[in-house]
Write a protein that binds this ligand. Sequence first.
Ligand code: 5GP
Ligand code: ZN
Length: 143
Amino acid sequence: MENLVDDCLFCKIIKGDVPSYTVFENDDVKAFLDISQVNPGHVLMIPKKHIVNLFDYTNEDAKKYLQYIPEIANAIKNAFPNVTGMNITTNNGEVAGQVVMHSHIHFIPRFEGDGLHLMTRNNADDYNEAKYTEVANKIKEQF
Ligand code: 5GP
Ligand code: ZN
């Protein structure tokens, strides 16, 4: 298969050299159970091309690989009657918690009382209109 590298765990999973519990696969992507199962049904979706993380996606890559997110999310949700929500996340860069350097999207099914707490920090008290505007403008200027 083209665009895969030898020393990458997820490229090995794509090639079948490392086994995985595959739930969906086509020419573009593969989705399989995350070994850690943060909640039951925790799935990873990876592009069948070695791309390190979302910073390296072209718009074309995004259209090609990310189009499957809603379909996979719904399949997981429909598989478990108690799943009423889902965190769909991606860690980009070591500082953001990325451990495997082949782009992947986490699908973490959520159910009432699962006790998971993600992204709970709220700094709104430290912000005012000027500060929000300054931060927003810094980003806007990059497009
Ligand atoms: P990251 O921290 O890079 O966003 O996530 C990497 C994920 O890969 C982790 O959630 C971890 O549990 C998962 N993982 C690591 N090694 C394996 C493996 O060999 N097989 C599977 N299925 N998942 C793995
Ligand atoms: Zn890879």
